[in-house]
Design a protein around this ligand. Structure first.
Ligand SMILES: Nc1ncnc2c1ncn2[C@@H]1O[C@H](COP(=O)(O)OP(=O)(O)OP(=O)(O)O)[C@@H](O)[C@H]1O
Length: 259
């Protein structure tokens, strides 16, 4: 008995292999690899029992488990599924395609008058070792994050930024969100990154910056209260120990050049 393999089957196999490899990588990064291996073993046992050995009783029990299993997988891996779908949607080619449908007005997008007060404030706060966390919203809406803090809706002003993060200010705890050309909210709570490879000296403020940069396309700037250093998190990557010039260059590149 010969099995006929058409070019379509080869493409099918390559696609399934790529999907499995992608899921494997995602699981490895999120430390859920053992669950993934467990599911693969279960699927192999199920195929062996019900398709090859054709054991009807055990096969029917496993069939039932498989049908419920899809729901269980969605619940168990909701974070990974979110990340997967987000990374798919955030892919550069899809992003360029979506831009065709998004009509941005010039006044909606940040300009140099957005960037400079942030850079100057960060420089001063870092020098005085004032802790700060500033998130600049881009394409992905941060409405859910803004809802956790206090609405401000003000022009972007260096002294106001410094004032908000001043130690005794009621809004100094948490993150400030910048939307378009305005300070939108302060005292916001961000999702915290759980990566294990983050240097030990970086605490919750830095983890929160990394977390929001993994979950969205926002730019998160951190001024460290402990070391007086400025860092930026973009797309899940940290750029540490930045000078004011470097911070300005990064923000200009990300907000004005690439948009
Ligand atoms: N999930 C979060 N969302 C927003 N802000 C947070 C979050 N978690 C912590 N923070 C802020 O970080 C502060 C605690 O910072 P912590 O010292 O743990 O971090 P760090 O990364 O070591 O920063 P630093 O170098 O400034 O000390 C909190 O007081 C709070 O303002």
């Amino acid at each position: 008995m010969f099995i006929e393999i058409s070019p379509k089957d080869i493409v099918d196999i390559i696609l399934v292999a790529s999907l499995l490899y992608y899921i494997f990588r995602l699981m490895r990064e999120s430390r859920s690899l053992n669950i993934f291996i467990g599911i693969m073993v279960f699927i192999l046992v199920w195929l062996f029992v019900s398709q090859i050995l054709e054991m009807r009783l055990l096969g029917s029990i496993l069939d039932k488990l498989v049908s419920v299993g899809v729901l269980a997988i969605i619940v168990l891996f909701q974070e990974e599924i979110r990340k997967f779908l987000y990374s798919l949607g955030a892919h550069q080619r899809f992003g360029a395609f979506m831009k065709l449908f998004v009509n941005k007005h010039a006044s909606d997008t940040p300009d140099m008058s957005t960037i400079m007060p942030i850079v100057m404030a960060c420089m001063n706060m870092a020098r005085q070792k004032v802790g700060a966390l500033i998130v600049i919203e881009r394409g992905v809406s941060l409405d859910d994050i803004v809802a956790t803090g206090d609405t401000i809706d003000s022009n972007i002003n260096q002294r106001l930024i410094e004032n908000i993060f001043f130690k005794n200010s009621p809004l100094h705890d948490g993150a400030m969100v910048i939307r378009k050309r305005r300070i939108c909210a302060a005292g916001c709570i961000l999702p915290v990154a759980h990566d294990q490879n983050i240097p030990k000296e970086l605490g919750l403020r830095h983890r929160a910056a990394l977390g929001i940069s993994q979950d969205s396309d926002a730019i998160a700037i951190v001024c460290s209260e402990e070391s007086g250093r400025i860092s930026v998190a973009i797309k899940g990557e940290f750029r540490l120990r930045l000078s004011a010039e470097k911070l300005e260059a990064i923000l200009t590149e990300e907000l004005l050049v690439r948009k």
